[in-house]
Write a protein that binds this ligand. Structure first.
Ligand SMILES: [Mg+2]
Ligand SMILES: [Zn+2]
Length: 486
């Protein structure tokens, strides 16, 4: 059985309702439809027939991460909130997913951008139509959840729908996965846009700067992003600046020739309407300056950035079955027995400068089998043997309480992250069962599963990273210290 969920980041555009209606009308239905509301301060909740999660206005990359982490299907299908689905979309999608081999991490849908038949397409319409040839565009892209978890999902430093999809694809392919083009397709209408849209999208030059800072100067070739016009913009700006020096005359001539050439390229093939000519004239003068400005600012801001999700700064251990022998509902400090590799594991990580903590479910308290005092006694003993740990997070609740802290909920990991002052993306959780891994993922942290006899086979299969013992789990964490991942 191929299981799939749909994740749609949205800023509440009207097109969302149409997309959801298209989706509801499909013959094959997803396990879940997760809409991530990415408005910064929503005045009222979205009224849609789907699970709505909060993205917090951090952009589509972060919103999609919130979405896939909340899903537990084999495949995650990302859709933009402004695409429309043909009636056979789900059947074609399923056929694509079923024919994807185990080495295939992602399947992209074909994107059709309808252009007006009666007249030439405007500059904006043609640039939207570029989506038809874009590789790994998340307007309609299915990824294996496992592959997303393996690389930590989208790089949340990309604040807009630009480059974040190509960058994810690059990291996934570098780990040996394949990405393929499928047969299913969506329709991506051209949005009505304002006069200055082509100027506004120059902000994307800051994202190019981030891409380059992270992946080096050959980032375009490696990610398949087509060459841009940045070098021409740089030359145009340089000529304009020189026009104010003693090379004023020739430099001014060069500037006007470059600007006129840029304008000519943009209007050729377009409609000769007054509106379009005015837009192109005004923006062709300003775009080179905007492009260079955003690129410089991005280069400064992202200098020295490491690939997402960056180096590890803290490690959170599960307690029972990971650090100490699992004695069910142990309330007796004398029965604490370290597992063989525990002391060495903790010491190696501490020597490497990592902050360490413990995240532990103790439902025995909620069920009245042991007291909170007894658990604290046991934890003090563990701290004596292995500590001091920088944070201890314990969930005292029974599984029936529906609390937000009991693993696999993310509460304990998030609380530890807050106490340590380390973002979850730079934390590794080491545990022995699936709920340790799930808690990490739900919080946006990484994980290493060290299976014991308690671990179920499917938990091992679903874990993005496993290690045969604590020693090799620590090796894997130390490999991520520099930001490098295996
Ligand atoms: Mg455990
Ligand atoms: Zn709890």
């Amino acid at each position: 059985m191929t299981s799939w969920s749909v994740v749609i980041p949205t800023v509440g555009r009207a097109s969302l309702a149409e997309l959801l209606a298209d989706l509801a009308g499909q013959a094959q239905q997803p396990q879940a439809v997760l809409v991530v509301d990415d408005r910064r301060r929503p005045e009222k909740a979205l009224t849609v027939d789907a699970v709505v999660l909060r993205g917090g206005g951090r952009g589509p990359a972060a919103a999609r991460n919130v979405g896939w982490r909340a899903a537990d299907s084999e495949w995650i299908v990302f859709l933009d909130d402004d695409v429309r689905l043909p009636t056979d979309w789900s059947e074609e999608l399923l056929a694509d997913l079923r024919s994807a081999g185990p080495e295939t991490a992602g399947v992209q849908g074909r994107i059709a951008v309808p252009l007006p038949a009666a007249r030439a397409a405007t500059d904006w319409e043609r640039s939207t139509a570029g989506l038809e040839n874009a590789d790994w565009a998340t307007a309609d892209m299915a990824y294996r959840r496992l592959a997303l978890a393996e690389v930590g999902g989208f790089d949340e430093r990309f604040p807009r729908a630009y480059r974040e999809d190509a960058e994810l694809a690059l990291r996934i392919r570098r780990r040996g996965w394949k990405l393929v083009h499928g047969r299913h397709s969506v329709v991506h209408p051209v949005r009505a846009e304002r006069f200055w849209v082509s100027l506004r999208v120059q902000r994307g030059n800051a994202d190019d700067a981030l891409f380059r800072a992270v992946h080096g100067r050959h980032w375009r070739r490696e990610s398949g992003c087509p060459p841009g016009r940045f070098k021409w913009h740089l030359a145009t700006v340089a000529a304009a600046v020189l026009a104010f020096t003693r090379f004023g005359r020739p430099a001014g001539l060069v500037w006007s020739l470059l600007t006129a050439d840029f304008f000519r390229r943009r209007v050729s093939g377009g409609p000769r309407t007054t509106d379009e000519m005015l837009r192109m004239a005004a923006t062709s003068v300003l775009i080179p300056f905007a492009a260079v400005w955003y690129r410089l600012r991005g280069t400064w801001r992202h200098r020295g950035s490491a690939p997402w999700p960056g180096p590890v700064r803290a490690v959170l251990f599960d307690r029972d079955g990971t650090l100490v022998r699992d004695v069910p509902y142990n309330g007796d400090a004398d029965r604490v027995e370290l597992l063989p590799d525990a002391r060495q594991a903790v010491e190696r990580l501490r020597t490497a400068g990592l902050r360490l903590g413990v995240v532990s479910n103790q439902s025995g308290i909620g069920r009245g089998l042991i007291t909170a005092e007894q658990v604290a006694e046991v934890n003090r003993r563990v701290d004596e043997l292995l500590g001091p740990f920088s944070t201890w997070q314990v969930c005292p609740h029974d599984s029936e309480d529906g609390c937000a802290c009991r693993k696999p909920a993310p509460g304990l990991v998030l609380a530890a992250a807050a106490e340590l002052g380390v973002p979850p993306s730079q934390i590794v959780v080491i545990g022995d069962i699936g709920s340790d891994v799930e808690a990490a993922e739900a919080a946006g942290a990484r994980s290493v599963l060290v299976p014991t006899r308690q671990t179920r086979p499917e938990e091992i299969l679903q874990a993005p990273t496993t290690a045969p013992d604590l020693r090799s789990a620590v090796n894997q964490v130390l490999d991520q210290l520099s930001g490098r991942r295996r």
